[in-house]
Ligand binder design. Sequence first.
Ligand code: 5AD
Ligand code: SF4
Length: 465
Amino acid sequence: MKPPRKLHIKSYGCQMNVYDAQRMVDTLAGEGFIETKSVDDADLVILNTCHIREKASEKVYSELGRLRVAKHDAARAGRDMRIAVAGCVAQAEGEEIIRRAPAVDVVVGPQSYHHLPELLKRAGTHGRAIETEFPAEDKFTFLPQPRREAIRARGISAFVTVQEGCDKFCTFCVVPYTRGAEVSRPVARIIEDVKQLADNGVREITLIGQNVNAYHGEGPDGSTWPLGKLLHRLAEIRGIVRLRYSTSHPRDVDDSLIEAHRDLPALMPLVHLPVQSGSDRILSAMNRKHTVAEYRKAIDRFRAVRQDIAFSSDFIVGFPGEREEDFLATLALVTQIGYAAAYSFKYSPRPGTPAAEMQETVSAADMDERLVRLQELIDRQQSAFNVAAIGTTVDVLFERAARNVGQIVGRTAYLQPAHVMASSDIIGEVRPVRIDSLERYSLLGELVSPAPAIRPALSETNIGA
Ligand code: 5AD
Ligand code: SF4
């Protein structure tokens, strides 16, 4: 028997890349590859790249410089190391990668991961292989089911892609070009994946998609299901105690989603709802397709059905044409909403997007200054949100042993890490924890009762499927 070949995969960017990386590992397991944590002993290194901002995509070329040396060292030791570039930089700059980085053997866009084995073979015989087309067939139909051992290794919380691509065309964003048009997976396939994950110990599922609440998959009855209906169905699967979804667009908040938050205790009360700016003038230039008032209305609809709901968001500062008064409107919106967490970025012009052609650019100094002001405000809100947990009792889903011996770490409904001293038996369970203190972003507390409050497989919301 041939010894297994070793695969090292490094992912940048969003959760979908993390998910895709797992699917590439599953695909290549069928070809005799096993994962390794080190680049040095790898037979195949895959960089799963992100193109969302310039900084993210430039990282690829510096990493490829390092890999060229590793490949050279491997060759001197008589080993053949292959290098593949996957993800959105591969999609957007495939030809340029081939030109700039001679060490790269394979370039593969996000829609073609099921072709990886074939591309590697082609690169073996013909030198180099590149595939950045959007194939007619849906890759999900061809990607293998995750292997049991692989799922176990993934632990308590897992991502499942339900939707990919985006038709919104915000003027700053590369996603509609790199991930293509919106495609939703059929309900039956998602149920199958979630059941398999649950059977292997996964307790929390995060449904992911670039525009996840635009989900419109084919239901078992042939009708089109919105995200809320899908969530209702997944909440019935035995073993699943927590559901989340990300990332949502304010325009696609529909009745089904609001009803899901009203009806499903398993659906966690934290919604990532990016707004990008608090100025209608800038939202319009961004082609966001919603106003500030519409965004606030969407927030109010969630709040009306779940008082404990919290929000996170994304912001861009320094979009072309952003004046001080627009930025002040963003600060005002953040103050009004009060976020549990938020990500803020300096605008980065992306080649091929409409905003990259806009003339009225904001100076680097203004961008830096605005970013600092916004991040200070967000940090204050996040700290206040975390401090408010001290002295309360909250449900924590325990995930793994912490670095400190004897401590087990899990997450609250709001994704705050929470540490307790306990036996590892509680991993996979939701337990009430009294929060005593806060250390940076982590909550520290004690289990409230020695007996499990909720046994996942027996919880009332999980009626079995
Ligand atoms: N420049 C800066 N930030 C961007 N984002 C997307 N495109 C750009 C860009 N060109 C941010 C948005 C988005 C998040 C994933 O990344 O805030 O919601
Ligand atoms: Fe990009 Fe806008 Fe689509 Fe989000 S909604 S992925 S920001 S184009």
